[in-house]
Ligand binder design. Structure first.
Ligand SMILES: N[C@H](CCC[C@H](N)C(=O)O)C(=O)O
Length: 276
């Protein structure tokens, strides 16, 4: 079977976009892993599909699969690409969309200069939302990893995030500590791991070791989770620019029980066809 797709990225976090309204196909995890292979397939951090909504109040259903084939609840950089993709495919003319994900409803808004704003909903702070094994909800938690204990934030953006503050994001032990926390027993569904350097009350640097994909050039939900943790700890104001290796994201969050908005770019790379 020949599969039509569009390759896109959000700040270097790259995606294979599939319109499953116009082409009917069901992909098994091992097929997704092969498509994700950067030598034998298309190569991507995540595969994103566009499907007809199940909820009556949504325009589309948006499903997200990591490179390891696991289906997950949300993808922030992917949501911006999703908005551009459904317009390119002429699946809608609306500039503001509601899309349903396994993690809840997202509001997508095509802004100017190719920017897209995403209403990411209300961040979930109870450990059960990740899930994260903890006695009670707290602003930060002590997590023992081998012989060391780390102070972490635990935030759900629909998908789970652990966030650590570091002196320097560039020198953070992402490759070694990232996988140890991603697979930590206190995260039964694994976790995305953010390494946050606070620059001032309106800016920071972030690197993310993503669940099911490893370190990516950017992580949208990771940037949201890092800003939430930084704001809860009193380090950030309500409007923050986070610098990731692939570029900048603007995050706005007034505080608990409020919706969070993330704004950034979405870029097309190529159209393609691949034999399944
Ligand atoms: N690896 C994530 C999914 C992709 C998130 C990321 N690419 C983003 O932009 O939010 C997870 O397993 O929850």
């Amino acid at each position: 079977m020949l599969l039509h797709f569009t390759k896109m990225h959000g700040l270097g976090n790259d995606f294979m976009m599939l319109d499953l309204i116009s082409q009917k196909v069901r992909l098994r995890p091992e097929q997704i892993r092969r498509l994700a292979d950067r030598h034998r397939g298309v190569g991507f951090d995540q595969l994103l599909t566009v499907e007809a909504p199940e909820r009556h109040d949504a325009d589309f259903k948006y499903r997200i699969f990591n490179a390891d084939g696991s289906e997950v609840e949300n993808c922030g950089n992917g949501a911006r690409c999703f908005a551009v993709f459904v317009h390119d495919r002429r699946l809608t003319h609306k500039k503001e969309l509601l899309v349903e994900t396994a993690g809840g409803l997202l509001g997508l808004k095509l802004a100017d200069q190719g920017q897209v704003s995403v209403d990411m909903g209300v961040p979930r702070l109870h450990p059960d939302a990740l899930p994260f094994l903890a006695q009670a909800q707290a602003t930060s938690y002590a997590l023992q990893v081998e012989q060391q204990t780390y102070d972490i934030g635990a935030v759900s953006m629909g998908n789970p995030h652990a966030v650590l503050r570091v002196e320097s994001a560039i020198q953070a032990p992402v490759e070694t500590l990232g996988p140890l926390i991603e697979q930590h027993a206190r995260f039964p569904k694994r976790v995305n791991v953010g390494f946050l350097e606070v620059l001032d009350r309106q800016s920071g640097r972030l690197r993310v070791y993503e669940r099911g994909a490893g370190e990516t050039q950017a992580c949208g939900t990771g940037a949201c989770a890092a800003m939430v943790y930084g704001r809860l700890r009193g380090w950030f104001d309500e409007q923050v620019t986070l610098q990731l290796p692939g570029g900048h994201l603007q995050i706005h969050w007034a505080g608990p029980d409020q919706h969070l908005t993330m704004t950034g770019p979405a870029q097309r790379v190529f159209e393609g066809q691949i034999y399944l």
